[in-house]
Ligand binder design. Structure first.
Ligand code: DGL
Length: 288
């Protein structure tokens, strides 16, 4: 087994501590977010960590999702990251609030951890006409009702209809997103969501793996239904955040690099990761 190849990414520039922006996911899905973040903000350095050895998170208990996510956050802080994006809906839905409110004040009060649920929710108001929003997510994300709470808090007239798709992540992880099995499950889950309410006109892909199924989703979605992919939304929201928070931005190093770490075998991770980010990936192993 390869040894744990952690490294210290922090450096001092003009007397200021600088380090890559940390991006975390349970596995591969967060790479769909990272790809869009790097497209919008190519000037920064990034450090991606995928906890592939313990993925999927979507069927785990809330306690474990919190525990694993906190380990990843602590690891990225140790590498010097001042800003971490939880590019995972399950971690954002089940762990982010506790980390922000309970852990950050003692762990690193001047650093930030952001998620993907809030920026997505801020966008739905622009897209729906009927106010009926569908959400596809992992069983954990849907059970947490995070999207319901956030959307109905921000837009009290809207109604949120969640549907868990436990087969979609395994389809992606097993490179079956273009196969016949994907046809069956994507059609079935779209039909089940729409049967909750035919007025749904906007559907959030509330799992960072799901953009890899977009061809199938577009094939089976009813006409007139908008599908919201999070990558571009999270990327724009991060650009806006960095502009509004120079005290965080000045700690983000600007070298245009991206390093990939996985808790699983890098020889397994790298080929599939390169499909997600559309460029060669040479990952290293990390123990959280
Ligand atoms: N990437 C995770 C998310 O966005 C899903 C994968 C998992 O279940 O670990 O929820």
């Amino acid at each position: 087994m390869q040894k744990n190849l952690t490294y210290m990414a922090m450096m001092i520039k003009d007397g200021i501590e600088q380090a890559p922006i940390g991006v975390f996911d349970s596995g591969f899905g967060g790479l769909t977010i990272l790809r869009d973040i790097r497209r919008v903000l190519p000037q920064y350095d990034y450090l991606f960590v995928g906890d592939n050895a313990r993925a999927p998170y979507g069927t785990r208990s809330r306690e474990l999702v919190y525990e694993f996510t906190l380990q990843a956050v602590k690891h990225l802080f140790k590498q010097g990251c001042h800003l971490i994006i939880l590019a995972c809906n399950t971690a954002s839905a089940e762990a982010l609030r506790t980390i922000q409110q309970q852990d950050l004040p003692t762990l690193a009060p001047d650093r930030r951890v952001l998620g993907v649920v809030r920026p997505t929710v801020e966008k739905v108001g622009e897209l729906t006409r009927t106010g009926h929003i569908g959400v596809f997510g992992t069983p954990g994300t849907i059970a947490s009702r995070s999207y319901n709470i956030e959307i109905e808090g921000m837009y009290p007239d809207f109604k949120v209809h969640g549907h868990a798709c436990p087969m979609w992540v395994p389809l992606v992880e097993n490179r079956e997103s273009d196969g016949d099995g994907a046809d069956y499950f994507v059609k079935k889950d779209i039909d089940l969501l729409m049967s909750q309410c035919p007025e749904i006109d906007t559907v959030i892909l509330g799992c960072t793996h799901y953009p890899l199924l977009i061809n199938k989703i577009n094939q089976f979605r009813p006409e007139g239904v908008n599908i919201i992919q999070q990558g571009p939304i999270v990327a724009d929201s991060l650009a806006d955040y960095l502009q509004r928070h120079p005290e965080i931005e000045r700690h983000c190093s600007r070298g245009g690099t991206c390093r990939y770490f996985t808790t699983e075998d890098p020889d397994h991770f790298s080929p599939l990761a390169s499909v997600f980010v559309n460029e060669p990936v040479n990952a290293q192993r990390v123990i959280l």
